[in-house]
Each structure stands twice: as C-alpha cells, then as structure tokens.
Design a protein around this ligand. Structure first.
Ligand code: SAM
Length: 213
C-alpha cells in the first residue's frame, strides 16, 4: 500500500512524537518506558492505515501495542486515528521491519501480528515476504520464549507458503481457519484490507503459530 507522496507527512510525524516514536533505538530493551503501564507488548508489522491496531488497543487496555509501517504517506492515516483515540497503550513506528533488531531486544515483544502482508508472488522476491525464514528469525530474536505470530490474509498462495515456512522453521500451529468469517471465531477485528477483500467475496485465512523456545 503506497499512497500519493505527501511532502508534509514528515512534519506531521515530527509534531506527534508522543505517538510516532522518532528515536525507537533509545527504547530497545526498555519499551515499557514508552508506555504508561508495564504490560505485555504486541506489535503489528505492516500496520497500514492502522484500523486493526487501534481497535485492538481500545479493546485490550491490558496490552501495549506498536504498529509498524514503512511508508510515511500511509502511517499518517494511522496517526490521525491515534490522535483522535488518544490511546495510552498504542504507539507507531515509521520503520522498515528488516531493521526490527535495531529497535527491539530479546523479550521486548510477546506477539507479532501480520495482517494482509504483501504477497510478493515472484520467487525472486521471496525474501521480502514477512513470513520468510529470515523474518521469522528476526521475530524470534525480539520475542519472549514461546511468543506467537498471528497471521491473516486473503491470499491463498501466501498463506500456503507461510504455513510451509512456519512449519520448516519449527513453529507450532495453534489455530487454523481456512474461512475465518464463517468459522465462528469471536472477537475478530477487521483490517482495512480485510474489509475490502471480504466484500469482494474473498475468503480470509488465519493462523496462530508459536515458537517452541
Ligand atoms: N495490515 C493492513 C491491512 O490489513 O489493512 C495493511 C495491509 S498492506 C497490503 C501491507 C502493508 O505493509 C503496507 O502498508 C506496507 O507498506 C507495509 N509493509 C510491507 N513491508 C513492510 C516492511 N518490511 N516494514 C514495514 N511495513 C511494511
């Protein structure tokens, strides 16, 4: 997702550093200091316009959340939601997930959400998929033992690839739905992409996997 370039986006980000952390490397290993309460931290990688993470933060005040999005033109939409909602348990980071280890230390994070990640269908782009083994290693390196990844997508190819990647990495499958909206799963919070694609009749796939150490 890449919206039209907005030159004023950086200015807006700089003016709202209480919501979009401008020096995330300073919080590495001590993210609790960025929040009002000491409680578990869940992150969403590729948060887009931020509906999911904002609604999750509203619904679960006992969890701290961080939404991570690489494009400024996109994250400022999430920023507007957060300014409006004024949630003490949600922050945003405008960084690329390949650099997660620069900003988070082992045990900082207890869950990673991946929602409608870019599929990168060409084999030569496999390394860019957020469920590629190198990313699974990155998440493991910043998570608590037995941390979890919760993943959903409408893209069957990416889902099948990701299940294989999780399995080859040794992750334990804890939940699987091949049709989330007809599965009776309670408490689902729709993302922007989820709403768009399910309105077109696409099935939504979802799984939860857990590291074994
Ligand atoms: N999760 C949102 C949803 O479900 O509506 C957005 C889905 S959109 C297809 C994927 C988002 O992930 C895009 O906004 C993209 O910029 C972001 N993204 C992709 N790769 C990323 C990376 N390496 N680091 C941070 N964000 C990334």
């Amino acid at each position: 997702m890449r919206l039209r370039n907005k030159p004023w986006a950086q200015e807006k980000i700089d003016q709202n550093s209480q919501y979009i952390i401008s020096t995330p490397e300073n919080y590495k290993g001590r993210w609790n200091e960025a929040f009002e309460k000491v409680q578990p931290l869940h992150i969403e990688v590729g948060t887009g316009k931020g509906r999911f993470i904002t609604e999750m933060a509203k619904a679960n005040p006992e969890i701290n959340y961080i939404g991570i999005e690489v494009y400024k033109s996109v994250i400022i939409v999430a920023l507007d939601r957060l300014i409006e909602a004024k949630l003490p348990n949600l922050k945003l980071l405008n960084v690329n997930a390949v650099d997660l280890h620069k900003y988070f230390a082992k045990n900082d994070v207890s869950r990673v959400y991946l929602n409608f990640s870019d599929p990168w269908p060409k084999t030569r782009h496999e390394k860019r998929r957020l469920t590629y083994k190198d990313f699974l290693k990155l998440y493991e390196d910043i998570m608590v033992d037995r941390g979890e990844i919760h993943f959903k997508t409408d893209n069957q190819g990416l889902f099948e690839y990701s299940l294989m990647s999780f399995s080859e990495y040794g992750l334990l499958l804890k939940y699987l739905s091949l049709d989330l909206h007809k599965s009776g799963f309670e408490g689902n919070i729709m993302t922007e992409y989820e709403e768009k694609f399910s309105e077109r009749g696409n099935r939504i796939y979802r799984c939860e996997v857990q590291y074994q150490k």
